[in-house]
Design a protein around this ligand. Structure first.
Ligand SMILES: [Cu+2]
Length: 144
């Protein structure tokens, strides 16, 4: 009478719960040398007490004309934000009493900014591409 009843007691899940203890003895973080001392002092917004930025656009269809021929700005640091969406090259020259103050490069399908210091007064702006001013590409900038 050989009872082959083998009772295989399988040890159910020897849950070796190796609790990952938060040991503090792991001193392998010596990578604290990546501290870069960037002293970037960002300008606190554009809180200008004076000055102005005005938009000026050339005729997008390619006509020899600015969309605005009369601009007004506050005195101080004045920027003219010039946009020319046409394939005809244009620029903006600012002058006062025949003396050039500032200008943008000649651009096509692009935008450019020219910045200058402006006291109150009347300025003229025009396109310096030959023939364009004569065709009407000029206007007045009034600085108050
Ligand atoms: Cu022009």
């Amino acid at each position: 009478m050989n009872s082959h009843l083998r009772y295989l007691a399988l040890p159910i899940a020897i849950a070796a719960l190796l609790v990952g203890c938060g040991g503090d003895d792991n001193s392998s973080d010596t990578s604290s040398t990546t501290e870069t001392t960037t002293t970037q002092t960002e300008a606190p917004a554009t809180e200008q007490t004076s000055g102005d930025t005005v938009d000026l656009q050339a005729n997008p269809e390619g006509a020899l004309a600015y969309e605005e021929t009369s601009l007004t700005a506050k005195s101080g640091t004045v920027s003219i934000d010039f946009t020319n969406d046409s394939p005809i090259g244009h620029d903006v020259v600012v002058d006062q009493d025949g003396k050039e103050i500032s200008r943008t490069p000649i651009i096509t399908e692009d935008s450019a900014v020219t910045t200058f210091d402006a006291k109150p007064g009347t300025y003229t702006f025009y396109c310096s591409v030959p023939g364009h001013r004569e065709a009407g590409m000029e206007g007045t900038l009034t600085v108050k």
